[in-house]
Design a protein around this ligand. Structure first.
Ligand code: T1G
Length: 653
């Protein structure tokens, strides 16, 4: 088995080339290869050393697949110290995304050059970790304390030019990277350039109060997470201790993070998200249909957000509404969303204008005659959806993919009204559709393989995390939300207040407690859905008694200014004693003895409600794998990534 690291002399420059597809991760073989190469370079007649990577990117980090497995030498920190100790100039040549241990390798080199398109970053915090190979000690010595803290705590990559601006990259190479790096290495040698070891540099001046200030902001922003706080402590060690002592602090803090359940959860989700995009039994060679134009039926909140998701990926969209007035309203929702994103600095005015320009509208279905994909996004009325699909079947060209954004309805029944059920699929977006990353792709009984493969690939293009679901009421996420909601109602009747239930779940890590979620979605939606059901179908009256009372009292949730909570003009929720009385009265009528309920019981019963339904979904084959269910709940329902998702969390218990 040849080493993934090659070494050769080119005009007296030792060139180390790492070639470990797909992202040159620092597997044990790569670490061993780097150690062998730098050892050889130290001894041979080379004047300088260039570290370069083949393929699409410089080293993108430690090999996450090795985490949690027995340690195999050489360890990365020691390897990087050996590289830094080299008595000859070592130049790292960066392209693609030099991330984590990859950028730490570059930091251990004496000089760093990069293509203008390269990005660098230390995203370990997204895995519940911190840079554990000297990054927290070398970066502050080069870029200062503040820039380092921002880089580590955000985990966001920065462009090469910006990295150069803060002293992390020395030279931008235009043209061929390796040629440029070799020429620069020769120039450094001829100038007798010093061996610049960042570990020997002093940390530039900083305001000592920055550490406590950072910890205060983290208390809110990264509530309950270990890694961000440990990052601040590691940087504080860099600023206050000699390098070797700081390195030891970094190692200790890194190991604490590595061994934490939080990191296990976040590493699980890293792979689960990538696994979700794979469809078991669907060969990678499955052909994909071109999707160069899209139609969206419905210009409501969902339709507008869906249209933006495609426009943001450069795909032109035709929005269809029933009247000019409705169409204008739909386009103005899009307009308002883009203006908001520009105002918040999310995108530039130019980008917003370019995307907006890709969205046109019509009230005539004939405008959809040539589109490659149509997404129906009208409200949840099965008959209306079937009427629309009958029209689409008549208007759209052969081979066009017909998708429904339905949250619950039977995709097979919708497909059955068309003469082309193999072209019908579900694409369930989550509101707000231009922001939420989750996309449930509902595979109908007759959905063709190439249609499914096309939509899964398209999801990546519009930067969504796609999870395949079979056809059932509520698919994966909303189906699990039903027992979650029913258990919430039982907890209220049995003695917990809405604010206790919500704060118990939010302190545990949920982005939003269940009662706030239901107020946000609108209590009238469930009320209307129940009206269409028999008492038998409705199930235990305890599970909907209070929401019915609220809706009948005109309390529909945020949209009406009150639901389980009262909302001010900024939609800030305040508990309402009227609701407490309603709950107590309903409990009496239903003969329920109220009692003290602990936060632990609330969390345990609500998470178990999700997990039990998730197990049924797996048994029925609605979801391909349990990690897919985790991805749905983390990307669509605010489940904490640090817990790994409901199914992973249950396995951990
Ligand atoms: N280790 C192992 N496999 C990895 C990997 C990694 N670091 N990064 C990506 N892969 C796999 C991924 O699972 C997928 O595999 C394939 O590569 C393509 O990835 C000591 C401890 C680099 C921006 O966190 O952000 O260094 O599904 O689909 O969208 O301080 O991958 O094809 O089988 O994501 O083009 C720090 C994680 C690690 C970077 C490319 N580094 N990776 O995105 O492709 S911790 C990271 C990414 C560390 C040190 C610490 C992205 C990417 P498969 P992909 P992409």
């Amino acid at each position: 088995m040849s080493s993934p690291v090659q070494y050769e002399l080119q005009d007296n420059i030792g060139v180390i080339t790492v070639d470990n597809p797909p992202v040159n991760a620092l597997s044990q073989a790569v670490r061993q290869g780097l150690l062998d190469a730098i050892t050889q370079a130290t001894r041979d007649e080379s004047d300088a050393v260039v570290i370069f990577c083949a393929g699409r990117t410089f080293i993108a980090g430690a090999d996450i697949k090795e985490f949690g497995k027995p340690f195999k030498a050489p360890g990365l920190p020691d390897l990087l110290n050996t590289i830094e100790a080299c008595p000859k100039p070592v130049i790292a040549a960066l392209h693609g995304t030099a991330l984590g241990g990859g950028f730490e390798t570059a930091l251990a080199a004496h000089y760093r050059c990069a293509l203008p398109s390269a990005k660098v970053g230390l995203p370990e915090v997204k895995l519940g970790l911190l840079p554990g190979a000297g990054g927290t000690q070398r970066t502050p010595r080069l870029a200062g304390v503040k820039a380092s803290l921002d880089l580590f705590v955000s985990g966001a990559p920065i462009p090469a030019g910006q990295a150069q601006g803060i002293g992390l990259i020395d030279k931008i190479i235009d043209g061929d990277l390796l040629d440029g790096a070799l020429a620069w290495a020769k120039a450094l040698v001829s100038e007798n350039a010093p061996i610049r070891r960042s570990s020997e540099q002093a940390v530039p001046d900083y305001d000592p109060s920055i550490f406590d200030e950072y910890r205060r902001t983290l208390a809110k922003r990264a509530r309950g997470q270990m890694a961000p706080g440990h990052i601040v402590s590691a940087v504080e060690a860099a600023a206050t201790l000699p390098f070797d002592e700081g390195l030891a602090v970094e190692r200790r803090l890194f190991m604490e993070c590595m061994q934490s359940p939080q990191s296990a959860g976040m590493r699980h989700i890293f792979f689960a998200e990538r696994q979700a995009s794979k469809v078991d039994g669907l060969s990678k060679a499955t052909p994909r249909r071109p999707v160069d134009s899209v139609g969206v039926i419905g210009g409501g909140t969902m339709g507008g957000g869906i249209a933006m998701s495609f426009a943001n990926a450069g795909i032109p969209v035709t929005m269809i509404e029933i009247s000019d007035e409705a169409l204008q309203r739909g386009l103005s929702i899009v307009e308002r969303n883009y203006a908001g994103s520009v105002k918040r600095g999310k995108i530039s005015e130019e980008k917003a204008a370019a995307c907006r320009g890709l969205i046109s509208g019509s009230t005539d279905y004939a405008a959809l005659a040539d589109v490659d994909l149509v997404i129906e996004a009208v409200f949840e009325d099965p008959d209306l959806k079937k009427k629309i699909f009958t029209q689409l079947d008549a208007v759209c060209k052969p081979g066009a993919i017909l998708a429904t954004n339905t949250s619950y309805q039977d995709v097979d029944a919708i497909a059955a009204v068309t003469a082309r059920p193999e072209d019908v699929i579900g694409m369930h977006f989550f509101s707000p559709a231009h922001i939420m990353k989750l996309l449930e792709v509902v595979r109908g009984e007759k959905t063709a393989d190439d249609v499914l493969a096309t939509v899964m690939a398209l999801a990546k293009k519009i930067r969504k995390v796609a999870v395949v679901s079979g056809v059932c009421y509520g698919f994966i996420g909303n189906r699990m939300l039903r027992p979650y909601g029913k258990t919430t109602q039982l907890l209220l009747l049995e003695g917990a207040s809405p604010q206790q239930v919500d704060s118990a779940m939010e302190n545990w890590g949920m982005a939003m407690g269940p009662l706030r979620v239901f107020d946000l979605a609108g209590l009238d939606i469930g009320y209307k859905a129940r009206e269409a059901l028999s008492n038998e179908q409705k199930g235990d009256p305890k599970t909907y008694r209070v929401p019915d009372l609220l809706v009948e009292a005109g309390r529909l949730g945020q949209k009406s200014g009150s639901g389980f909570y009262v909302y001010d003009e900024n939609r800030k929720p305040t508990p309402d004693p009227v609701v407490d009385e309603m709950i107590q009265k309903a409990a009496e009528e239903l003969g329920i003895e109220r009692r003290e309920i602990s936060d632990d019981e609330i969390v345990d019963r609500l998470v178990s409600a999700l997990v039990d339904e998730g197990r049924k979904i797996l048994e029925e084959g609605i979801a391909q794998r349990s990690s897919d269910i985790d991805v749905v709940y983390i990307y669509g329902y605010g489940f904490p990534a640090s817990r790994g998702g409901p199914m992973f969390y249950a396995d951990q218990q």
